[in-house]
Design a protein around this ligand. Structure first.
Ligand code: APR
Length: 257
């Protein structure tokens, strides 16, 4: 046990050194980083896709065919997100940005918790559930402005169907987010991957693209993933809310010299 802890500590120190000496470090985050904020992940034990069929509730054609059914699920998700607050993992990434050690976050999460924690450069790859979009006139609404008492909700200005401004299965990634993410991936020297199973494209290919460009990859996850053996240079096994505060402390210590 002692040796295992020693090895973990050494890996963390090595990761911190790499980050501190890189010209640009970025993070790619997934559902696992918000688990400690009481938002359940999608896959694995207790994951949302154990309870719901994504093809039925989170796929664009199913949404268009039966919006009330999809909305019943999306409304539950929105309620969970509304109550959630950033946890120590989000706060540590904000601290890393403040220290000058993290340039940006590409997140697959739709909960807005990175911004709430204080990160300024957040690329929302899958949108944000705190906004609704009209599928007719494309107007955006803050979710709190639209009543979900009757489902589905319709656009107050044109009467079109409203959808959470999130990327459902079968929908493309928003063009601006995709372009910005690709640029960040090209430029980064270190990529920190936190709490993603690495199974959903195109986000899942960003780490290997970064690695091809010569980036050093640090993965944080309690479980090994498809990325662990294929792209990760350092695997910090454990919960994001426990490991990231320790990593941020290492970085503070390096900064203070
Ligand atoms: N800290 C870090 N990682 C954790 C934690 C934790 N406390 N708890 C769980 N994890 C890890 C799991 O081991 C898993 O690898 O988080 C990962 C969550 O995986 P997914 O549920 O598949 O989430 P994600 O990779 O973000 O999913 C990608 O799939 O359904 C779509 O659009 C949805 O954005 C989502 C995309």
């Amino acid at each position: 046990m002692f040796w295992l802890n020693k090895e973990e500590e050494q890996n963390r120190k090595d990761a911190a050194k790499r980050i501190a000496s890189a010209k640009k470090t970025i993070a790619l985050t997934g559902a696992g980083i918000s688990v400690a904020s009481n938002i359940m992940p999608f896959r694995g034990k207790g994951g949302l896709w154990e309870k719901y069929d994504p093809e039925e509730v989170a796929e664009i054609n199913s949404f268009l065919k039966n919006p009330a059914k999809s909305w019943a699920f999306l409304k539950e998700m929105q309620k969970v997100v509304e109550k959630a607050r950033p946890n120590p993992a989000h706060i540590s990434l904000a601290k890393m940005e403040e220290l000058g050690y993290l340039a940006s976050i590409i997140t697959q999460n739709v909960d807005g918790l990175h911004q709430e924690a204080g990160n300024k450069v957040v690329i929302e790859f899958h949108g944000n559930t705190r906004r609704l979009v009209c599928l007719e006139c494309r107007k955006l609404y803050p979710s709190e402005d639209i009543s979900l008492d009757a489902l589905p909700p319709y656009c107050p200005s044109c009467g079109g169907l409203l959808k959470p401004d999130v990327v459902l299965f079968g929908e493309p990634i928003p063009g601006a987010a995709l372009m910005q993410a690709r640029l960040e991936v090209q430029q980064c020297e270190v990529m920190l991957i936190v709490g993603t199973s690495g199974l959903v494209e195109p986000a899942a290919s960003l780490p290997s693209a970064a690695k091809r460009n010569g980036a050093f990859i640090v993965e944080i996850n309690p479980e090994r993933t498809v990325l662990t053996a294929t792209v990760a240079n350092i695997f910090l096994q454990g919960r994001a809310e426990e490991i990231l505060p320790l990593l941020a402390d290492e970085l503070s210590a390096i900064k203070e010299g």
